[in-house]
Ligand binder design. Structure first.
Ligand code: FAD
Length: 260
């Protein structure tokens, strides 16, 4: 069953990625953000134990960029890693459960298909070939896995078609993810590491700033960074209650309903 019901998290829906790119760029440009595309983070600038800037490789050569706050948005903690921040990684025997894969988009299937995937208009996003357990923070391993999954895409669709008993007849690949989807690499050691017991017990934390999905975590990091700049504080000394209040004002769900 497919559902458009709010709160139904059964992997039945997807967003229009092209519209998302357009809208998010429009919002950033409209906010007067100084953008530098095609810049690859290469190193950190550390002063008195704090990251005060980054060095990037760009089309114009190496550039140093300073900021009052640096937010590591590399997904893999590249900035934190280069700054020597303690971190841990998923153990090899756990990694096979993560199902990293190259997701891709298909079109041309029957309109009333019941095949599994996230429908967006007349297209569908499906889970693609998986490289199995690997270290996504290792450049050589990541390259090998990226090659393997890309070369396996068309065979993967043929297999899906065979399994779908006609529900995917006529389907063709129309897009693949820009990068192989890696779920876990480095985890930065924070002030507290949430345990399995915390999760099973449903423990609540007074300093929560986001719930579950990654957009929320990113929004909390961005707002916290902005508040550090306007209040001249460091992330560690930021007033968490004020931060939570700002996030709630912005419509974020940070568990306030549960804690009330
Ligand atoms: C198959 C799969 C399915 C998922 N499904 C869901 C889901 O349904 N719901 C959910 O909430 N989460 C889901 N996730 C997790 C979610 O996709 C990630 O947690 C999320 O994308 C992380 O966002 P991010 O912006 O932190 O990092 P990313 O999305 O990884 O973005 C990091 C960006 O930084 C760039 N970058 C990396 N290193 C550098 C560098 N050194 N210099 C410059 N740029 C760099 C990368 O190119 C990339 O554009 C899924 C993940 C996978 C793999």
């Amino acid at each position: 069953m497919r559902s458009n019901t709010k709160g139904d998290l059964s992997y039945n829906y997807a967003i229009d990625t092209e519209r998302f790119k357009h809208t998010s760029l429009q919002m950033v440009v409209g906010s007067n953000v100084d953008i530098l595309f095609h810049a690859f983070f290469a190193d950190v600038i550390v002063e008195d134990g704090a990251v005060t800037g980054v060095v990037c490789e760009t089309k114009s050569g190496r550039q140093a960029i300073y900021g009052r706050i640096v937010i590591d948005a590399t997904g893999d903690g590249d900035v934190a890693f280069r700054a020597g921040v303690p971190y841990w990684q998923t153990k090899a025997d756990e990694a096979s459960r993560l199902n990293d894969c190259l997701m891709y988009k298909i079109a041309g299937f029957p309109e009333d298909t019941t095949a599994k995937g996230c429908i967006i208009g007349r297209t569908m996003v499906v889970w693609g070939p998986s490289p199995g357990a690997h270290n996504g923070a290792d450049a050589r391993e990541l390259t090998e896995e990226e090659i393997d999954v890309r070369l396996a895409v068309y065979d993967d669709l043929e297999e899906k078609k065979r399994d779908a008993g006609g529900q995917l007849d006529g389907a063709a690949v129309i897009d693949t993810g820009a990068l192989i989807g890696v779920r876990q690499t480095r985890f930065v050691e924070g002030e507290y590491r949430i345990t399995g017991e915390d999760v099973l017990e449903g423990r609540e934390f007074d300093d929560a700033v986001a719930m579950a999905h990654v957009f929320a975590i990113g929004e909390a990091a961005g707002v916290a960074g902005a508040r550090c700049c306007t209040t001249d504080r460091t992330p560690r000394t930021l007033d968490v209650e004020r931060l939570q209040a700002t996030l709630i004002e912005q419509g974020c769900e940070i568990g306030q309903g549960k804690r009330r």
